[in-house]
Every structure is written in C-alpha cells, then in structure tokens.
Design a protein around this ligand. Sequence first.
Ligand code: AMP
Length: 138
Amino acid sequence: MSYDPANIFAKILRGEIPAHKVFEDDTALVMMDIFPQSRGHCLVIPKAASRNLLDADPAALSAIMPLVQRVAKAARAATGADGVRVVQFNEAAAGQTVFHLHFHIIPVYEGVALGAHAGGQADNAELAGLAGEISAQL
Ligand code: AMP
C-alpha cells in the first residue's frame, strides 16, 4: 500500500489542522495525542513520508530514535510517571489508524490502567498544559 498525503498527520505537518505541539524541527514533530491512553500521552512523528515502520527509510528511523528517547525521558520527568511505554503500530490489522509513521510515548502510572487505544478525547486546556510541561523537560 502506498502513502496517502491526505492523512491527518500529514495535514497537521502542513499546518492545515491545529495540534498541541511539544517540539518541532526540520525532521520531526512531537504533539499530544488528543485521545490519550494516559496523562502525557504524546506522539513522535518523523516528517519524512512513510505509512509506518515497514516502508520507512532506514536513515529516517536512525534519525528519529534519539528523539523518541528524549521525549520518553521528558514525558516521564514532566508527569512523574513510574514508567513509559513506547508503542508503534503497522497497518490496520495491527491497530494502526493513522497511516503516517509515528511513535506513541505513553507514561504509565503504578496502579492506573491505561485507557483504550484512540478512546475518549482529552480536555484541550489540559493537553496544552501538558505540551508545555513536556516541552520544558526536553
Ligand atoms: P495509531 O493507531 O498508532 O495509528 O494511532 C493514531 C493515534 O493518533 C491515536 O492514538 C489517536 O488518538 C491519535 N490521533 C488521531 N487524530 C489525532 C489528532 N488530530 N491529533 C492528535 N492525535 C490524534
């Protein structure tokens, strides 16, 4: 299957749809997930176009992993989470719903169950606050 530039993350990368941005440079965007599975759930999105890990340029993958680590550490520091889950889905059968490569950074709190994948929408003001707090730890 080929990359569809009309996917929602491509629209966000082009600035056509707003996002709670945590970080942006020439190669990547980090934003809050609007249907978070936990407090602080954010997404690391390489700007290079690929559906997912399977068709990604290995060089783009090498370039993005240090940022995945930085954001995982920053999200943990900002939220006080006990752990961090890093998740990435490839194709619909595996749970992928947006077909532009992204890595989920999901803070995990001892004794608190994670919400459903792409479940309820979070409060905008809370997401804006978390974006600022995670950004400050980067
Ligand atoms: P995946 O199943 O890995 O493709 O996950 C896509 C993720 O994107 C889900 O966790 C959704 O909650 C999230 N999502 C969908 N639309 C938006 C949006 N406009 N802004 C931020 N996150 C989104």
